[in-house]
Design a protein around this ligand. Structure first.
Ligand code: PHE
Length: 687
């Protein structure tokens, strides 16, 4: 069913859209966050949960977001509103989460602009870079320059007044974002021809340079030597999934909005895979750039008699991009020029991600209110600058970290991803979206995708969600209260504020969606007749019974007095509870499929018991994982100089092969589809 009646502005060609989506995906998350996350969470071992998250959740959800945006031709809230008026809030929730990001992301970009400016000034005046000391003291001085001199950071969560030095860079960042999107997506489609290839060029330059220095493999060892024991820690899985969502700009509503500006015949599936693989490729190159250069730095400083091992530079948080890496560059020849290259890469990587968020919030507001872009955008820019000022205070860095952790953690994005998959597959006929995507794509999705989105992804994200809650509250912390109140009785302010922000987002989302707007599209009722059929209701009841049985069995198994009963009985009960709840899920799913096949509304009991069963199964998996793995440990990074192991080469080779072969295959399919006589398919429509 086509609903693309009215003419919405569009990207123009396919390349513009793909580049814009890649531009949104690749950003500070790739160059700044990915390398240090790999380093902190088990080296190449981190790539296992990362690849799992990318293929199991990232790619299917990217296709889901593209097809939803394209099908409805509306920004996220309105797109969810078509599924059912009551689900509009899910879209707003994502928009509000991205609004939280747009408060602090431009602040980091503002730092990049400042450092870019400092590099240019140093080149022009021929003076030394402020982060270019020698030896361990030099690292300390580079750190002091960033934290003390530039940020005037007070090391606490006390705000301590605004640091006005950061104000103008922040204003410039917002102004640049404003200029990029003020003319709508057509202009964005042109700008990304610069902001996507340029940072790639810079990264390649830095990679080649880093790798040609002696000692680079010693640096890469920190990136690629695996510590497999980390795989048992919930933290590594949480971080990997969070990183995939953040890096792919998923579940924030951004990709839904971008796809809504696609012309009606554009490919969906292949584009989604191209975007995901390109983002992964960029992250890997960034990791190589960073660690090869750090290895070179370690080697150079050692030969110069003032050794600075890689493990002695601060890599967590902002330390990597603003202390360690600039310091490392400064130890090598042509430091000024390569600092320039690095900060140009950061700025151009980040700016298109930042404006994609603004664009998605903007489109959501415009779709709902019908207000003019020329009014909403300046207002948003002003609000963005104003709210960004929280993060340019002297304690701003800590708040930035706190907010970032919450948005990209259990309560923010993991939950949103779960909700998105559940709503679109249990409250809506997901097959509509699959067929819509297949009708115009270079390759077709099989039915498996329906079940991935309806069952598999919710179970994976649900287990992760519950696992992390148990970990936050009960394993690592002192219960729910202990999460908010410290041992000495004082309030844990960051946790309280972070949680409050996470709670305000859904509340505001519900309130916003409660307001009826004349501009919104009606619900999509075309695929269903409003009869609830008896058989499906009975199956639904059976599914519910299974879920309840499973809960009882599992609770009983956990509470069996350990010495009284043999372990086998306990395990038998656990297995039985898993089987029962799996039967519940299958029954719910069966009822959904049958009803839609008969063009009827699935019974609500079948839907709800299906979702309930998924949550029960997730809880069982999470509890088992907690029992098996115990307390999450934050890994200690080895101090010893290492060499790159054989297994690391294999991992690197495997990942490169996966990415390159994947991309070649995607491009082959795209070219074939474009040249088989139906090449009008991917052309924009004539207006
Ligand atoms: N994906 C971007 C990055 O990696 C950040 C981003 C998050 C952009 C959410 C849009 C939405 O830096």
């Amino acid at each position: 069913m086509e609903i693309l009646e009215e003419q919405r502005e569009n990207w123009g060609g396919r390349a513009a859209f793909v580049l814009a989506a890649i531009g949104s995906a690749i950003g500070l998350g790739n160059l700044w966050a990915f390398p240090f996350k790999v380093y902190n969470y088990g080296g190449a071992a981190f790539l296992i949960p990362y690849i799992a998250a990318m293929f199991v959740v990232g790619i299917p959800l990217m296709i889901l977001e593209f097809s939803l945006g394209h099908f409805t031709q509306k920004a996220a809230p309105d797109a969810f509103g078509r599924v059912g008026k009551k689900w509009e809030f899910v879209g707003w929730w994502g928009i509000l989460l991205s609004f939280v990001i747009i408060m602090y992301y431009p602040v980091v970009l503002a730092w990049c602009f400042s450092f870019l400016w400092i590099s240019i000034k140093a080149i022009v005046t021929g003076s030394a870079l402020p982060w270019s000391g020698h030896g361990i003291e030099g690292v300390g001085r580079a750190g002091d320059f960033f934290y003390k001199e530039y940020l005037q950071y007070n090391g606490s969560h006390t705000l301590g007044g605004i640091n006005w030095k950061l104000f103008w860079p922040l204003v410039i960042t917002w102004l640049a974002m404003y200029l990029c999107i003020c003319r709508g997506v057509k202009l964005v489609g042109w700008i990304v021809w610069i902001t996507v290839p340029l940072p790639w060029l810079m990264l390649l330059l830095l990679a080649v340079r880093g790798l040609t220095f002696k000692g680079s493999t010693q640096g890469l060892a920190f990136f690629l030597n695996p510590d497999w024991s980390q795989l048992a820690s919930p933290a590594i899985w949480r971080v990997a999934f969070g990183q995939v969502f953040f890096s792919l700009s998923l579940a924030f509503g951004v990709m839904i909005t971008y796809a809504s500006f696609l012309h009606s015949k554009s490919d969906i599936n292949n584009n989604a895979v191209i975007v995901c693989l390109s983002d992964f490729a960029t992250s890997m190159v960034c990791g190589i750039v960073v660690f090869a250069t750090l290895g070179a730095m370690a080697h150079v400083t050692q030969t110069a008699g003032s050794p600075v091992p890689v493990s002695k530079v601060s890599l967590g948080g902002p330390g990597l991009a603003f202390v360690a890496f600039p310091y490392a560059l400064a130890q090598l020849p042509y430091a000024h020029w390569f600092s320039l290259v690095f900060f140009i890469a950061l700025v151009t990587l980040g700016i298109d991600s930042a404006f994609s968020i603004t664009e998605s919030c903007l489109a959501a507001i415009i779709d709902k209110t019908g207000w003019k872009r020329s009014i909403v955008l300046p207002a948003m820019t002003a609000i963005g600058i104003f709210s960004g000022m929280l993060f340019i205070t002297r304690g701003g860095l800590n708040w930035l970290g706190t907010v970032d952790t919450f948005v990209n953690g259990t309560w923010g994005i993991t939950f949103m991803g779960l909700l998105e998959a559940v709503v679109l597959s249990w409250a809506y006929n997901i097959d509509t979206l699959r067929l819509h995507a297949n009708n115009r794509s270079d390759w077709r999705l099989g039915k498996w995708w329906n079940y991935a989105v309806r069952i598999f992804i919710p179970v994976v994200l649900g287990s992760l969600f519950v696992w992390n809650i148990i970990d936050d509250f009960f394993v690592s912390g002192g219960g729910i209260l202990g999460f908010f109140i410290q041992k000495d009785g004082s309030v844990n302010l960051p946790h309280c504020v972070g949680m409050a922000i996470m709670a305000i987002c859904p509340i505001l989302a519900v309130l916003t969606s409660a307001h009826r707007s004349p501009y919104l599209q009606p619900e999509d009722k075309t695929t269903r007749k409003s009869v609830q059929r008896k058989t499906e209701r009975l199956v639904g009841i059976a599914s519910l019974a299974m879920a309840i049985l499973s809960v009882l069995l599992f609770a009983a198994a956990l509470n069996l007095p350990s010495m009284a009963v043999h372990a086998q009985v306990k395990w038998a009960m656990i297995v039985a509870s898993v089987l029962a709840v799996t039967a519940g899920i299958i029954a719910g799913n069966f009822a959904m499929d049958r009803a839609y096949a008969a063009n009827a509304i699935p019974s609500s009991i079948a839907r709800w018991s299906g979702v309930l069963s998924i949550m029960v199964l997730s809880t069982i998996i999470a509890v088992m994982l907690v029992q098996l793995t115990g307390k999450a440990k934050i890994p200690a990074v080895s101090e010893v100089e290492q060499t790159l192991k054989g297994v690391s080469y294999i991992m690197l080779g495997g990942v490169s092969l996966l990415i390159i072969a994947g991309l070649v295959w995607c491009f082959y399919l795209a070219v074939r589809a474009g040249s088989n006589g139906s090449n009008t398919l991917q052309q924009p429509e004539e207006n």
